[in-house]
Ligand binder design. Sequence first.
Ligand code: SF4
Length: 197
Amino acid sequence: DMTKVLLSRDVDSVSTFFPPCMLNLHQNLRRRHRLSHTQRFHYSLFLKDIGMPVEEAVGFWRAEYRLHPNGNHSCCHNWDKDEKKYMYGIRHMYGLEGCKKNYASVSCQRIQSIDNSCSEGGCPFKSFDYDKMVPLLKNCSEPVLSQISELRRKGLYTSACMLFMQNGDTMSENCDNFSFNFNPVQYYRIASKIKEA
Ligand code: SF4
């Protein structure tokens, strides 16, 4: 099916369909106007793969990187100062610069395998403690939260995420096969279908 074009100005409204890992990055970016290199890479690729064209990506990142983190006006990383670098970085990700590789967005397994203990990103089901995870799980009922805790204890982080996505409904598909290659882009596609239906 055709991916809908995602405009920069619509990111806040579609973020209700984001998986908790990407919602977390989005909120961090809106709050602090910066992300670390790896997290910026993961989030940009996600936005690209859910339908954001390169010119919208430039507008999206420029708007944030023109703002000063925490009101700190002496911060050295700034769009206007480093425009060339940021433009190159974005175009590179879209396969328009350098080796012209079309990067695919990262899988859940990859996100979960990175040590996120001192990082702003990661899979909340795996790397966040309960109190940091829960605010990212909007409208999650108590029974589903306790099932999620149980799956976390068993190390079944992706299954916990899928349970949250379906808000506790029984899976129609074989969850084990499905979760093996799961990634945040798939989450978004399914979640936006479920919630718009
Ligand atoms: Fe993101 Fe995957 Fe973790 Fe869900 S299981 S929060 S999609 S990394």
